[in-house]
Write a protein that binds this ligand. Structure first.
Ligand code: NAG
Length: 198
């Protein structure tokens, strides 16, 4: 009886101290030691699931939507846009954990991932950035910026956070990404880009 009590107590205290993770975070956390390349591949596939939904939702919105229609479309987009923000933040956390482990062990936690060079990581990041910025461009062209600004701002900040976390591994990455984002979204979303500190 006593042991059951203590087992329950232990269970309760883990439940209290374990942060509540989204399913994407749990998936990522369980593969804590995966390489940066794996983290980016995983991230891209999560992002593509959501950008496919976003594209369908945006497509379905009426042409020249009035304010109510813009807001309705933005509300419909919110879960997918927020899920992308969460996925970007989770990936950034994974990179931070990796660097910590690498600093402690003096290497890639015993299995240095050499399969993806800095150039190869750069390509993966560019694919993610293109997927995001062209999807965002599509949204803004169809719906305008105002109704989605509150959703796109955290997303872009999370993207910049991810890029900053990788900038040490892929030297100059931040500048490359800034150029891409500004090139595609600069004239459309100046108000959004003004909120970002590169
Ligand atoms: C969503 O649309 C954008 C803009 O056309 C495109 O670049 C992106 O690849 C699309 N994503 C998916 C998953 O269909």
């Amino acid at each position: 009886m006593k042991s059951i009590f203590f087992a329950l107590l232990a269970l309760a205290s883990t439940a209290l101290t374990t942060p509540i993770l989204t399913s994407e975070e749990t998936k990522l956390a369980s593969r804590q030691l995966e390489s940066q390349a794996d983290i980016l591949d995983n991230l891209l596939s999560v992002i593509q699931t959501h950008t496919a939904n976003i594209n369908a939702t945006t497509q379905a919105a009426p042409e020249n939507p009035d304010l109510a229609q813009q807001n309705a479309a933005a509300a419909a987009l919110a879960p997918d846009l927020n899920a992308i923000t969460t996925a970007l933040t989770s990936a950034t956390t994974q990179f931070a954990k990796r660097s910590l482990i690498e600093a402690r062990t003096g290497g890639g936690g015993g299995t240095p991932p050499k399969s993806c060079s800095s150039d190869c990581l750069l390509i993966k990041v560019k694919i993610i950035v293109f997927e995001l910025i062209y999807t965002i461009k599509f949204i803004i062209i169809k719906l305008g910026l105002a109704c989605v600004l509150h959703l796109l701002t955290p997303l872009l900040l999370a993207l910049v956070g991810l890029v900053k976390a990788l900038d040490k591994v892929v030297v100059g990455l931040l500048i490359v990404v800034k150029t891409l984002v500004t090139g595609v979204l600069g004239t459309l979303a100046g108000g959004l880009l003004a909120l970002i500190i590169w």
